[in-house]
Design a protein around this ligand. Structure first.
Ligand code: RP5
Length: 169
């Protein structure tokens, strides 16, 4: 089985955030790989990885990093593939990584999700892949339907709260 999504993290200290991405891809039955590479600590390996990724059949890259988070941008500078950046809260509540990842210069975009938003990164990857995969789209549609059910149930539960004189529903 060859991976179509590549999840790259700057350090294994980022893994708890990327587990949310991995769990969702597993649920959607999308083959993925999970690797560590660092723009600062292993720059030559990052260049080799980004150069070869498309040729290995990868369709979307999820790249996560904290601090001076150069990894997603450096990968995007080399590969033609779409790169989804995940800022990780390692220091400064992740604000440093968020600004580093989102503020790419014109010409080299990184689709940046929220701080620690590993799940949203995987959902975005699935939405890209589902454009050309009707079976994946139907699995994703079922996931979305379940989100709707969750909020409908929340409304039913909230309607049961009767502690307030001025609550009208
Ligand atoms: C970044 O530095 C990594 O992505 C991680 O978020 C942060 C700290 O890395 P470690 O010192 O925990 O390896 O490059």
């Amino acid at each position: 089985m060859n991976p179509t999504v590549s999840i790259i993290m700057g350090s294994t200290s980022d893994l708890p955030i990327l587990r949310k991405a991995a769990d969702f891809l597993e649920q959607m039955e999308v083959p993925f790989e999970l690797c560590a590479l660092s723009a600062h600590r292993t720059p030559r390996a990052v260049e080799e990885y980004a150069t070869l990724a498309a040729g290995r059949g990868i369709k979307v890259i999820i790249a996560a990093a904290g601090m001076a988070a150069a990894l997603p941008g450096v990968i995007a500078a080399i590969t033609p593939l779409p790169v989804i950046g995940v800022p990780v809260d390692s220091t400064l509540q992740g604000q440093d990584a968020l600004l580093s990842i989102v503020q790419m210069p014109p010409g080299i975009p990184v689709a940046t999700v929220g701080i620690n938003a590993g799940l949203n990164a995987a959902i975005l990857a699935v939405r890209m892949l589902a454009l050309n995969d009707p079976e994946l789209l139907s699995r994703y549609d079922e996931y979305r339907r379940n989100l709707t059910v969750k909020i409908e149930k929340a409304n039913a539960d909230l309607a049961l709260i009767k502690d307030y004189k001025f609550k009208t529903n």
